[in-house]
Ligand binder design. Structure first.
Ligand code: SAH
Length: 469
């Protein structure tokens, strides 16, 4: 089909970048064809060379920026082009926000079929750097045999050495220095993905922003860390160190964490406080290495505040919080509702959720381990067999990127809550799922984007569906 356009592989052409893709490339049109150009930003006029052609789109390599976008800024990180983690770092923060809001709106229109999107203004961050409370550094060996920790280059698995990511906290560097010095001193090897040999795979660091508690978890390709007490002695010197653990992962996969974790010093978890805007109550949460916890605590508080507002609770409601993690949203809901039920697939997270309810003296929240798409339908059917209709006034869902299973959406529709609050980190699957829900009796009442992942193309979306037209 290459002859359908006037351009061939390896040819160069000039185009203006108008958008950014889900896979983080700049997007522009040339002779009716859509081209994806890595490292090009919205607003750039570039010279590019065709690397791959399909029928209606193609890929091209950035050769030269002929006219930089007026919204380009000096990126705070020297590695940002190689690393690929912060696709938008060279774009002004204002434009980043504009881009994200537009992207969500477009997905809701295009995939969701919503003509009118009741979009509220995006919630940005005042200081959009050093916001991550969690870092997972891969450890490896460079060509000269030195142990390195850093980030994977682009979509490869080559490690770019960098112990101080600008999205993370400065303490990460101290932790990595201690781990690498310990490895060098004791001749402990780094894992090699190609051969499957070597011991240390990743260093996971988590920090409670409010409590300043730090957790370090080393992911091992093996069961034992020689001279671990020496490492613990070094890590303990870092202020705030609360938990040191080992996680065992001997599988040759890209999944970072294995199933088993052993605490070798301190507690098996850290605690963090979450305070909602408007001076609403602060809750304390305990977080285990395997549990999901929002990576941007500043924006997380804004997101949860919004979800709580959208839920519109008066105190009399029965609420389900599906994909509840450690019960973060559930426990805030519980303070304003009669009863909350949380469902989550990771058993450690549910253990955390139950502890968190106790820790905060909350007695009207109950948690279940399992898949949301199994637990809720099974509950619904059990009630039906007993001649009852499973009831919820409000259902909150906060699924991972792949969105909700159809079986779950059908059960939600059958339960017919007054409101559905859908929190999403992927607006394409959100749009797909909202279309299903709005084909029923629901209408999209409110939508707001929260920028929890500044400098990257990702964001969170909070939306509210109301029953009745
Ligand atoms: N609401 C929580 C967690 C959201 S992240 C918070 O804000 O902290 C999504 C969560 O869904 C993760 O904890 C993940 O472990 C869980 N999960 C993934 N697939 C699931 C499924 N099929 N059923 C239930 N939970 C699932």
């Amino acid at each position: 089909m290459e002859d359908s356009v006037n351009i061939k592989k390896n040819e160069e052409f000039v185009l203006r970048i108008k958008d950014m893709g889900a896979a983080e490339e700049g997007i522009g049109k040339y002779e009716g064809m859509t081209f994806f150009v890595k490292d090009a930003l919205i607003g750039d006029l570039v010279r590019a060379r065709v690397t791959k052609l399909k029928r209606t789109y193609g890929y091209a390599r950035l050769m030269e920026i002929l006219e930089p976008s007026p919204d380009r800024v000096d990126p705070p990180c020297a590695f940002h082009r190689q690393c690929g983690g912060c696709q938008l770092q060279a774009l002004s923060y204002e434009k980043q926000l504009e881009f994200k809001q537009k992207k969500v709106e477009n997905n809701l229109r295009r995939i969701g079929g919503f003509e009118q999107v009741p979009m509220e203004a995006i919630v940005g961050m005042e200081q959009p750097c050093r916001y991550r409370n969690k870092a997972q550094y891969p450890v490896g060996t460079d060509a000269d045999g030195n142990i390195v920790a850093g980030f994977y280059a682009g979509r490869t698995h080559q490690i770019i050495p960098n112990r101080d990511c600008v999205l993370g906290l400065p303490v990460n560097r101290h932790v990595l220095d201690a781990v690498i010095e310990f490895m060098e001193r004791n001749h402990i090897s780094a894992y090699d993905e190609k051969t499957g040999r070597g011991l240390i795979r990743h260093v996971l660091i988590r920090c409670g922003f409010a409590t300043k508690e730090i957790m370090v978890c080393l992911i091992l390709n093996g069961r034992k860390l020689p001279r671990q007490e020496e490492l613990v002695a070094e890590l303990k010197k870092i202020e705030g160190m609360t938990s040191v653990s080992l996680n065992f992962n001997e599988k040759q996969t890209n999944v970072i964490l294995g199933e088993e974790t052993e605490t070798i010093w301190g507690q098996g978890y850290i605690t963090d406080d979450v305070r909602l805007p408007d001076g609403r109550k602060t809750l304390a949460y305990r977080i285990s290495p395997q549990s999901f916890y929002q990576v941007n605590p500043v924006q997380m508080e804004k997101l949860y505040g919004l979800a709580l507002d959208y839920a519109g609770l008066s105190g009399a409601e029965t609420v389900w919080d599906l994909y509840c993690g450690i019960g973060t949203i559930s426990l805030f809901l519980a303070q304003k509702a009669k009863q909350v039920y949380g469902v989550e697939i990771v058993p450690q997270a549910i253990e955390d959720a139950r502890q968190n309810a106790r820790l905060n003296g909350i007695e009207n929240a109950e948690f279940f381990v399992g898949k949301a798409e199994e637990i809720l339908p099974e509950f619904y059917e059990k009630e039906a067999r007993a001649g009852r209709k499973a009831h919820a006034d409000v259902i909150v869902v906060d699924p991972p990127r792949k969105g909700c299973d159809r079986r779950l959406l059908d059960t939600i529709l059958a339960m017919a809550p007054d409101r559905i609050v859908y929190v999403s980190c992927d607006s394409a699957t959100l749009a797909r799922d909202l279309k299903v829900l709005c084909a029923g009796e629901y209408r999209l009442a409110r939508v707001r984007v929260v920028d929890n992942f500044c400098q990257t193309v990702h964001c969170e979306v909070c939306s509210c569906l109301e029953r009745g037209n």
